[in-house]
Ligand binder design. Structure first.
Ligand code: MN
Length: 288
């Protein structure tokens, strides 16, 4: 199943003929009271809700995706994790360009850098657009496979990782280049893009062999395949869970390939992932 969040917080099941509005599924979520549980309630309850979502989709007329505003398909992650420099060709370009690599990180193994966090307040869907906050500095795109956690877990064994994954989406780990702490520079409002929908893991038999391409204004900037990851999805999720309890709806951005480059207001990114979908993300100026 593919599901999205669109327009004014509508929930949709995405099928080949269009988007089917299944927003009524929200009435099936359990009532939660303060203090609210960490994580995304729709994804927490997804296995139970799926048959009902499919039935609601059967009864709904398809909507043309071209006229829809896509929000982040995950509304309430408890954290957004990022794996640094997970493709060798990107490591090489970063080491050759001091504007990309942070002082002290060049040449350092992923295992020695650790997984970093991006603020949840940075999260948007593609239609909201990325707002360049500091026009005098370099804001780069990093095209990545987004992994959505489905079941809670800590110290998840590698053999059990796929039981904890709800699905996948296209992810952009946007970043202001510069000297400050990485999490600070990657947590600017709108600098975490997820979309256009989540494809559930049963429809992605091998996330470790997917082509992806990101264009800016029609020109190819990043093009690779997830088989070129240094740490695969299993290793990343298992490792992350040795530091963080993973909650349903948590997002792992699994690292980017070579070709990162600057974007500026007026640009449009076009990002496509084999088997997952395609989305356009406009770049705009930050409004003060
Ligand atoms: Mn990244």
């Amino acid at each position: 199943m593919r599901f999205c969040r669109f327009n004014d917080n509508r929930i949709g099941v995405v099928r080949d003929d269009g988007i089917h509005d299944v927003t009524a599924i929200i009435d099936e979520l359990p009532t939660v009271k303060y203090p609210y549980p960490l994580g995304d309630q729709l994804i927490t309850n997804l296995d139970r809700l799926r048959p009902k979502m499919e039935a609601l989709a059967d009864a709904a007329s398809p909507i043309d995706p071209a006229g829809v505003k896509f929000l982040s398909p995950v509304a309430n992650p408890s954290k957004i994790m990022g794996t640094p420099a997970n493709y060798q060709a990107h490591r090489d370009e970063a080491e050759a360009d001091s504007e990309i690599s942070q002082a002290g990180y060049a040449g350092k193994k992923i295992e020695d850098q650790g997984i970093f966090l991006k603020s949840c307040s940075a999260l948007i869907g593609p239609s909201e657009g990325v707002a360049v906050r500091f026009p005098d500095r370099r804001t780069d795109h990093e095209a990545e496979l987004g992994v959505i956690i489905g079941k809670p877990g800590s110290d998840i064994a590698e053999a059990d990782v796929f039981d904890h994954i709800a699905g996948y989406a296209l992810a952009l780990d946007m970043v202001v280049r510069g000297p400050e702490d990485r999490s600070f520079r990657k947590s600017v409002d709108t600098y975490a893009v997820l979309g256009p929908w989540v494809v559930t893991s049963d429809e992605v038999p091998d996330p470790g062999n997917l082509d992806f391409v990101l264009k800016v204004n029609g020109e190819v900037r990043q093009k690779s395949n997830t088989s070129l990851m240094i740490l695969d999805i299993v290793r990343q999720v298992s490792w992350a869970s040795t530091f963080y309890t993973l909650n349903p709806g948590d997002i792992l951005m699994s690292g980017t390939c070579e070709g990162v480059s600057r974007v500026e207001p007026g640009d449009v990114m076009d990002f496509e992932f084999q088997g997952l979908g395609r989305m356009e993300i406009p770049i705009r100026a930050h409004k003060t």
